[in-house]
Write a protein that binds this ligand. Structure first.
Ligand code: ADP
Length: 634
């Protein structure tokens, strides 16, 4: 793959960090090499099925809850808690971790953090932490009581699960210290006001991030050296999920690549759009690349191959590296001037002292010396095992860096960057419903005309429409739950139970649980439906059934999707089903449903709503759910 120097790319061997099992293995290797206490921020874990025996031994020694997670899943899917290793299904690879049962509680709810970490280079290692982040809270009061292990809204802080709970509130802005999704700065402010040592907390978080990234740097470097032609090509934004316990110790839960940039709430918009803006600035555009880079197209592989580094003594090597690589170092210094709200946490003046054992590569040392020529190097080479983390003196550099955070946390964030966010068309339409209705009708007529003229939905188009339709149903679930008899809610519940091929664990236990409230159920059904949608979306991305000339115009359809309501989606899909009965509702064809599909599913067709769901279920196509109609409720 030749990307040239003008492209930026990411995800170079990121799975070493972002797959839960690989992350644990990499950190475990560091524990073996340097001592567990230096890497004790990851809960003890076992990868199943391979380490089942070890899990049994550990659980005999200590009776505690375990949290079971599929190794390559996200958004809380498939996660459950148990005391009994024998309860754990090993049909798919899972990681079983010690459950941290003393989390920091916010308004009595469990919480965790999503922090944004930018690595602009792995060699030399350059790591930034964004000053703002998200605090995500569970929506049901925390209790470590074993009876409550099956309620995801108590134990999981994922927004994708808790947003469906009726308790869910989001903060209006970054200053507010309420809501189940709030800013990191508001948390630090309130901890600091209650006399907590937030400085130590921030330094421990920085330490956790640097050590985690350093643990996989060598893997990533190999990939970069093979595939990345220029040092300016590569960057990676990670979402670090960190749980803080009641003693303010941070625990690493997982590292996400492509952390969600979805802006469902205003606080998302404020944080993520500003972060993205800073990220694009810092990563830089071509005009920021120095003249030297443009002319020489510095190729790290060539430099390596010249062998200039390898044959020299450590001191000479540092010297020569300094002279050979000063344009690179200059580039990173220049990059630092565009840091915005990002704080460079590696290298810092004392990072070679602290992280020499883990990150003391030639280039890292050379860059460190370039940045801090007067820095204290007397500690270089002192074995890590002779030092104790967080017993090292907090240096002036640390304090200066902390001031950067403090300034921000105290002042709060002045949100200037987000004024120009493009408003979704749907929002504009909502403000003027009459115009919106006229417009949607016009588009619908145009699509209808095309369908009558012989054009059809491609499979991916039909699936997209169905996805949007289901999305509307999710939004309506709280309303359905408030209806007497909740018959429509039950319909949706049964639909999702059938189509769910994942998420059996915690969620399905919850449905059966007599302790589950209606709100818990709504949250559960929404999460399940969302998971089903994700599966359909993935299939759309796989590229099957791309539109061609025989299909509906993609642009018009896109416009329709932007403003259509549940009924609009329903009438378009229903129309298509009428003219194309043989391949009607192609969006479900070919999907494998769970065994439960044979169960009859009652349908309520009140006000024509959920009619499409009913039709989807009535399909006799391969693998589709079978459905029995019940009379409408009066
Ligand atoms: P996913 O990628 O599916 O979101 P995570 O590892 O982020 O999986 O875990 C999801 C949620 O589970 C987190 O929000 C956290 O609240 C909880 N969690 C995960 N691991 C632990 C643990 N070891 N101890 C306590 N809670 C945990």
């Amino acid at each position: 793959m030749n990307t040239g120097k003008h492209l930026s790319l990411n995800h170079q061997r990121s799975y070493e960090l972002t797959r839960k099992d690989r992350l644990y293995k990499n950190l475990q290797r560091m524990q073996d090499l340097y001592g567990t206490r230096h890497f004790d921020f990851i809960p003890q874990s076992f990868i199943l099925p391979a380490e089942y025996k070890e899990l049994l031994t550990a659980s005999h020694r200590l009776r505690c809850p375990w949290i079971v997670k599929p190794v390559a899943s996200s958004r809380g899917r498939g996660i459950y808690l148990t005391y009994e290793p024998s309860d754990i299904s090993i049909e798919e690879p899972v990681i079983v971790s010690r459950y941290i049962d003393n989390p920091l509680l916010i308004d009595d709810n469990k919480s965790d953090l999503r922090l944004y970490v930018l690595v602009t280079s792995y060699d030399p290692l350059v790591v930034y932490l964004y000053r703002e982040g998200l605090v995500r809270c569970a929506t049901v009061k925390y209790t470590s009581n074993a009876m409550n292990l099956d309620n995801p809204c108590v134990h999981l802080c994922n927004y994708s699960i808790n947003k469906y709970h009726s308790n869910f509130r989001t903060s209006p802005d970054l200053e507010a210290d309420d809501g189940h999704k709030r800013s990191f700065s508001s948390l630090i402010r309130s901890l600091s006001q209650s006399g907590k040592d937030t400085r130590k907390l921030i330094f421990s978080i920085e330490d956790l991030i640097i050590k985690t990234i350093a643990s996989t740097a060598s893997h990533v470097n190999i990939a970069c050296n093979m595939f990345v032609p220029s040092f300016t090509n590569c960057f990676e934004l990670y979402g670090f999920d960190i749980l803080i316990d009641a003693n303010l110790k941070p625990w690493l839960l997982e590292v996400n690549f492509s952390p969600s940039l979805g802006c469902d709430t205003s606080i998302d918009k404020q944080i993520k759009s500003a972060m993205l803006c800073d990220l694009l600035n810092i990563v830089g555009i071509e005009s920021k690349v120095t003249e030297w880079c443009r002319e020489e197209n510095v190729c790290r592989t060539d430099k390596r191959q010249s062998g200039r580094f390898r044959s020299k003594s450590a001191n000479n090597r540092r010297q020569s590296a300094k002279s050979d690589f000063s344009p690179i170092f200059h580039y990173f210094e220049e990059q630092h001037t565009r840091k915005g709200e990002f704080i460079r946490i590696f290298p810092t003046e004392i990072s070679m002292y602290r992280y020499y054992d883990y990150a003391g590569t030639d280039l890292n040392i050379a860059f460190h010396n370039y940045l801090f020529p007067k820095g204290d190097r007397s500690m270089l080479g002192v074995k890590k095992s002779r030092r104790k983390d967080f017993e090292f003196p907090i240096t002036d550099t640390d304090l200066a860096r902390y001031q950067n955070y403090e300034e921000y946390f105290e002042k709060g964030y002045v949100s200037k960057k987000i004024n120009n966010i493009v408003r979704p068309i749907a929002e504009i339409m909502r403000e003027s419903p009459e115009d919106g209705n006229r417009w949607i009708d016009t588009i619908f007529e145009e699509l209808k005309y095309s369908i009558n003229a012989g054009k059809r939905l491609s499979v991916s188009q039909a699936r997209k429409l169905f996805i949007r339709y289901l999305g509307c149903i999710i939004q309506r679930l709280p309303y359905l739950a408030s209806q007497p008899g909740q018959q429509q809610l039950n319909l949706v519940e049964k639909f999702v139970c059938r189509v769910a091929t994942k998420n059996r664990g915690l969620h399905q236990k919850l449905l059966a649980s007599p302790r589950a409230t209606v709100d818990d159920k709504v949250a559960f059904i929404s999460a399940q439906l969302r998971s089903f949608i994700d599966g359909l979306e993935k299939e759309c991305k796989d590229g099957s059934g791309f539109p061609n000339n025989n299909h509906l115009d993609a642009e018009i359809l896109e416009e329709f999707c932007n403003i259509a309501s549940e009924t609009d989606f329903e009438r378009l899909l229903a129309l298509h089903t009428e003219v194309e009965p043989n391949c009607s509702l192609q969006f479900l064809f070919g999907r494998k449903f769970s065994d439960h599909t044979k169960l009859p599913l009652p349908v309520i067709c009140e006000e024509g709503r959920l009619d499409l769901l009913k039709k989807a279920c009535l399909l006799n196509g391969h693998g589709s759910p079978h459905i029995v109609e019940k009379p409408c409720s009066s």
